[in-house]
Design a binder for this molecule. Structure first.
Ligand code: ZN
Length: 151
């Protein structure tokens, strides 16, 4: 099986059977994302534990790339710190936009490398990451207020 074929299979699998699909209630942060170019919409809820994303879920609808990307992202970032997530998004963004960027150590996320052949799809694949950043930024505001009150 060719690598591109394998990547297509991974994306189709995550689109058909999205992981971590649904809502977390209660949650520490929620954000909505919309990609008007394609019509993709998703809502992300997450629970934090200190600086880590202890758990997260997404729901919504959109094209196969947007749903598969969100599904793979939730698996990749669960349990990670904000710093680790920022670094991972940097790697994924390069994978989506830079010809020849190496994603061989990114696990399933490497399947997104095929997206760079279709620039219009980059926003589909990155929507979930931008939505996660928005949710984390909101969580930071809450965490920051809590930190101030305890010091
Ligand atoms: Zn899309």
């Amino acid at each position: 099986m060719q690598l591109t074929e394998l990547y297509r299979e991974v994306i189709l699998d995550h689109n058909r059977h999205p992981r971590n699909f649904g809502r977390l209630d209660p949650h520490d942060a929620e954000a909505k994302g919309h990609n008007p170019l394609c019509g993709d919409r998703l809502t992300l809820t997450l629970v934090r534990e200190g600086d880590r994303v202890a758990d997260l879920r997404f729901e919504g609808n959109g094209c196969a790339i947007s749903m598969a990307s969100a599904s793979m992202m939730t698996e990749a970032v669960k349990g990670r710190t904000r710093t680790e997530i920022d670094a991972l998004f940097g790697r994924v963004h390069a994978l989506l936009t830079v010809q020849g960027a190496d994603g061989s150590d990114l696990g399933k996320l490497a399947a997104l490398s095929g997206v760079r052949e279709f620039p219009v799809r980059v926003k589909c694949a990155s929507l979930c990451w931008h939505t996660l950043n928005a949710a984390l930024a909101r969580g930071d505001a809450v965490a920051g207020a809590a930190a101030v009150s305890t010091e």
